[in-house]
Write a protein that binds this ligand. Structure first.
Ligand SMILES: *Cc1c(COP(=O)(O)O)cnc(C)c1O
Length: 392
């Protein structure tokens, strides 16, 4: 089945939907049984998708988990109340006190903080590594290394990682190493994690899967080997997402293919326009050669999206504020993946990494290119640059 057909069909087993096109919201804590035999049947195999208590999930949960699992090509998928919960639960399933974890230096900030704070408290040692290290990761592996965590591309600075290279090294060691990938940028359709050797793929479904900036959700999908461990630990951590939010994600996912095509097309147009501008030092868009890891992107990814960054040639706080304050379409916001365009100015990147040195002094601007007309978006940026230049 081709990808667009898969997106429309995934998770629509009549077992969960009773034929209703979009699975309804099944909310539950208590589920009652009429006989001992029925109750025994429902609880006989706790690893199966059976409704017997709300925290285990309802038909709404199972339909979405199946959909994500089918799209990412895993052995099972667990649903969490947000992307961060998926990340922390996936990590906690595979480390214990005394273990060592390798974390990419460009990781999403809460992921990084979870390592330096929570994992440190639990006695898990963490080493940050260069996102462009590739097979060189070998030199950082210790006897007690149990997890390698990747995020590709990094969601601020966009370095694309050599996922298959790192997985090959990880799976070539004496000990078992679990490779976890934050696959949010690619969504479940533009990078196939398990074909590239990943063990657990995490999605902040909050972003493109929900797609309308109106709820929080996360998923972790695992291969055959990692799935039972991930499933059991996530359940024991009490992870459980609201069927109402899952319903929104299930609604969002059906248009993921067409939305991403438009985000991707418009973001390349804007990125190429920016690359010609005198105000711009470099454009960090995985689809352009100027982005570190562009070659890997071309080799491994099946498409892009609307999120990328660029670095200004010259800036000061007042000028950047003027640029941001007057925008019509690009509103300031920390998220991305909805239908609307967003803008974020980031300085201080030098202090946000420890294994590598961020090479630019000037402000980085991150854009999310939404579904507005691309000419309107470019005009908005052009006027923003005029406001910037007036104050430089
Ligand atoms: C937003 C985001 C997360 C966290 O997702 P939440 O649903 O906000 O907790 C994780 N990773 C990346 C790359 C993200 O952009």
């Amino acid at each position: 089945m081709k990808k667009d057909s898969k997106i429309v069909n995934a998770g629509r087993s009549s077992k969960w939907t009773d034929g209703i096109v979009n699975p309804p919201v099944y909310r539950a804590s208590t589920i009652v049984f009429d006989s001992v035999a029925q109750m025994k049947k429902a609880t006989a195999n706790k690893t199966k998708q059976e409704m017997f208590y709300g925290r285990r999930g309802t038909k709404t949960t199972f339909a979405f988990a199946d959909a994500m699992n089918e799209l990412e090509g895993g052995a099972g998928c667990y649903v969490y109340p947000c992307g961060t919960a998926a990340i922390t639960s996936a990590i906690l399933a595979f480390v214990k006190a005394g273990d060592h974890l390798l974390m990419v230096d460009t990781a999403y900030e809460p992921t990084r903080d979870f390592c330096t704070k929570t994992l440190a408290n639990f006695g898990v040692e963490v080493t940050f590594y260069d996102p462009l290290i590739g097979k060189g990761i070998q030199s950082l592996i210790q006897d007690n290394t149990k997890v390698i965590f990747l995020e590709s591309p990094g969601s601020l600075t966009m370095e694309v990682q050599d996922v298959p290279g790192i997985c090959e090294v990880a799976h070539n060691q004496a000990q078992d190493i679990t490779v976890i990938l934050d696959n949010t940028w690619a969504s479940p359709i533009h990078f196939q994690p398990f074909e590239h050797g990943v063990d657990v793929s995490v999605q902040a479904a909050t972003k493109y899967i929900v797609g309308h900036s109106d709820c929080m959700l996360g998923t972790a999908t695992a291969n055959e080997k990692a799935w039972p461990i991930l499933r059991e630990n996530s359940y024991l951590l009490g992870q459980c997402a609201s069927p109402d939010d899952i319903y929104l994600a299930m609604r969002g996912i059906r248009t993921l293919g067409v939305r991403l095509k438009q985000h991707q097309k418009a973001s390349l147009t804007v990125a190429k326009w920016l690359a010609q501008r005198p105000e711009v030092k470099t454009v960090l868009h995985p689809g352009l050669e100027s982005c570190p890891g562009h070659e890997v992107f071309k080799r491994d990814f099946e498409g892009g999206n609307g999120l990328f960054s660029f670095v200004l040639n010259k800036s000061n706080q007042q000028a950047v504020t003027a640029l941001l304050d007057g925008m019509h379409h690009f509103k300031m916001g920390f998220s991305w993946g909805g239908y609307e365009s967003l803008i974020l100015a980031v300085s201080g990147l030098k202090n946000m990494r420890t294994a590598t040195k961020w090479p630019h002094d000037e402000t980085l601007i991150r854009l999310h290119i939404g579904l507005e007309d691309v000419d309107d978006l470019i005009a908005d940026l052009e006027q923003g640059f005029a406001r910037l230049n007036a104050l430089l």
